[in-house]
Design a protein around this ligand. Structure first.
Ligand SMILES: [Zn+2]
Length: 420
């Protein structure tokens, strides 16, 4: 039988994948059944050691680059070809779950296991990557080391990042022994596929097993300071107030209204607010808050920004206060590679899995990888759309199906890419 005919018979060992998910959940496992595995801590080292050992036992060569990104390489027939890659992250939020990121790494491991046990020979080397510090919880920003890999951040700036205790990223990377010789980013790849939980409610609500992810929506963040005047709550008439909080209330409502007006895909959030002096008998003199707006279409994000600025300035004027709006983050929308999206979609059809195209709300390592290689993502549902939560949960069958789609997409990429 030719390898091509044989590859449709290959499938993931779902029980082994689930066992891996449960085993790694012990590294930083919490009482509530979640995982606390912050970047470059001893729990992070433990799961890395496990990853290296397990990949070696499946016949892979393992290595790590100067940012501590882990690579497990299964050689192909033509090792001059850049590898077809897959991956995600093994770090978690402080009260995270067992699946966010981890499913993508262990799903990739399940692909390697299938290839190893069947003795299937790919043309390209196949590599599994675990990216350092996707969550950005201990060291900000998120997706830090896939960002260095893709040339978004420099290695020097990332090494200097400090956690809230003042501990340097570079020192912690040395301390756990995972700073490699290979310069981060000096690692050509042919394609990248990432399996991930949806972290939202859409697949579950529509009773679909697979999300064929076409891209990641664009996002902009702002810091807003509204300045009025502190005054006595008893003696200052309403007409003479410069109440920063009343003005802010109108602005928060405006964020919600503008997002709804651009619905259903647009979202707008005020999630952090500081009221000063925050005293019950003082008219608030200053308020600081953040705004997060997102949409799959960058033009919509831009329109929302314009409308919001106009509205906020008018609200400030009406309330005799001033408003200062500073943009602190701009992440343009990511559009994944049509050919790679097609490989994912075709696999779902061949397997007979229910599926829909979907745009990711959260950012992912794949968003940065799309800058340097053809990229696509695969989503599986998570219960109640819950993520970044110790109760995060998925179905064993969905994990297996998601990894089967990853396997199918990798094998398609292997036969379809880099043809002479
Ligand atoms: Zn993640």
């Amino acid at each position: 039988m030719s390898d091509l005919a044989k590859n449709s018979n290959l499938h993931i060992d779902g029980a082994a994948l689930w066992a891996d998910l449960m085993e790694t959940a012990q590294f930083g496992g919490t009482e509530k059944g979640g995982v606390r595995r912050l970047t470059l801590t001893k729990e992070d080292k433990l799961v890395r050691d496990w990853f290296m050992r397990t990949c070696q036992s499946l016949g892979c060569e393992v290595s790590y680059d100067s940012m501590g990104n882990l690579f497990a390489r299964r050689p192909g027939q033509d090792n001059n070809l850049p590898p077809i890659t897959m991956g995600s992250h093994l770090d978690t939020q402080p009260t995270g779950g067992k699946f966010d990121g981890i499913l993508g790494v262990l799903g990739g491991l399940a692909v390697l296991r299938t290839l190893h046990q069947s003795g299937y020979a790919t043309r390209h080397p196949i590599e599994l990557i675990s990216w350092t510090n996707e969550e950005g919880s201990r060291f900000s920003p998120p997706m830090m080391c896939s960002g260095v890999f893709a040339g978004i951040f420099t290695e020097a700036e990332v090494l200097e990042k400090r956690d809230r205790a003042g501990i340097r990223f570079g020192d912690e990377l040395d301390a756990i022994g995972y700073r490699g010789e290979e310069v981060c980013g000096q690692h050509p790849i042919s394609a990248y596929f990432e399996l991930h939980i949806e972290q939202g409610p859409i697949l579950e609500a529509e009773d679909k097993t697979i999300g064929i992810v076409t891209g990641i929506q664009g996002a902009r963040w702002y810091e807003v300071t509204v300045r009025g005047k502190d005054a006595h709550a008893g003696s200052t008439p309403m007409t003479l107030r410069h109440d920063a909080l009343v003005a802010t209330a109108g602005m928060i409502e405006a964020v919600s209204k503008v997002a709804k007006a651009h619905g259903p895909s647009a979202v707008g959030t005020v999630g952090l607010i500081e009221n000063r002096p925050n005293s019950s008998n003082v008219v608030p003199g200053e308020v600081f808050f953040t705004v997060d707006i997102r949409d799959p279409d960058d033009a919509v994000v831009l329109r929302m920004e314009k409308e919001l600025k106009t509205l906020m300035e008018k609200i400030a004027l009406d309330n005799q206060v001033t408003v200062e709006i500073v943009q602190i983050w701009d992440a343009p929308a990511v559009h994944f590679d049509p050919a790679c999206i097609g490989m994912v979609e075709q696999t779902t059809q061949e397997k007979g899995y229910s599926a829909r195209r979907i745009v990711s709300g959260p950012g992912h390592d794949a968003g940065y990888l799309a800058h340097v290689a053809p990229t696509a993502m695969i989503f599986v549902p998570c219960k109640d759309g819950l993520s970044h939560n110790e109760e995060e949960s998925i179905l064993e069958g969905d994990a297996e199906k998601g990894a089967n789609v990853l396997l199918g997409a990798i094998l398609k990429a292997d036969t379809e890419l880099n043809l002479k």
